[in-house]
Design a protein around this ligand. Structure first.
Ligand SMILES: [Zn+2]
Length: 230
């Protein structure tokens, strides 16, 4: 392991430990049922939550390092039971740097019905570029969950998939982006649920969804400022 990879692992263990507190802050998880991982750039490694450790006890030292087959490489604890799914996503999608899994209530209620979330909100168009899709039912253990995530999200704008009868998996260029997608997915799922309960949501034009998505992905937020010329 090079010095650079060791340094990246140290930083990512800190980051991933800290990001788990966002799952509790936004009430996306009950007990220990949710996890964050990050790819270690320039290596075939990932860092991920240990299995069954409560969020209050997560520190950088408890976060474990696995290879992209999900085999433990460094750490004192067993990796998350969802490690195989995270590892499969990293193997199949080289652009992905972070993966998050939750059973957040509203989004998982859509997953329980096997229904994708149609795009009726500008916030959903911004972050997800359209519907949040449903993935297949898959049992935990082998590569089936990972295969279902990749088959659904490859070529799709949405960074979130609702795995049928299970819960949410999100991807991002890094772990923070995947956590943000998990937070936004639950927010959109809650509003969509309320809108449906109150009546029939009003459709949005595809051209408007496309315009919102393009603007948010390319223009929104703090852009690098060009140095002033004298
Ligand atoms: Zn799960």
């Amino acid at each position: 392991m090079t010095i650079e990879v060791s340094r990246q692992i140290r930083e990512l263990r800190e980051t991933v430990a800290r990001l788990h507190s966002e799952l509790t802050r936004y009430q996306l998880v009950a007990w220990t049922a949710g996890n964050v991982s990050a790819r270690v750039p320039g290596s075939d490694l990932m860092v991920i939550k240990p299995s069954g450790v409560s969020y209050d006890d997560l520190t950088a030292d408890t976060i474990v390092v696995c290879d992209l087959d999900g085999v433990l490489v460094e750490g004192d604890l067993a990796p998350s039971s969802d490690t195989a799914a995270h590892a499969y996503v990293y193997r199949a999608m080289p652009e992905v740097g972070g993966v998050v899994h939750t059973h957040s209530s509203y989004a998982t209620a859509w997953a329980a019905r096997g229904e994708s979330i149609p795009c009726h909100l500008t916030a959903q168009a911004d972050e997800f570029g359209g519907e949040i899709p449903i993935g297949p039912f898959a049992l935990i253990g082998g590569d089936d969950i990972g295969k279902g995530i990749v088959a659904t999200l490859a070529g799709h704008r949405s960074p979130a998939v609702l795995m049928r009868n299970h819960g949410v998996f999100t991807i991002g260029r890094d772990a923070r982006a995947a956590v943000k997608a998990a937070v936004m997915c639950e927010d959109v799922a809650r509003t969509a649920h309320l809108a449906r309960a109150l009546g029939q949501p009003v459709p949005m034009a595809q051209a408007d969804i496309d315009a919102l998505y393009h603007r948010y992905q390319n223009v929104y937020g703090q852009q690098p400022v060009a140095p002033a010329s004298s």
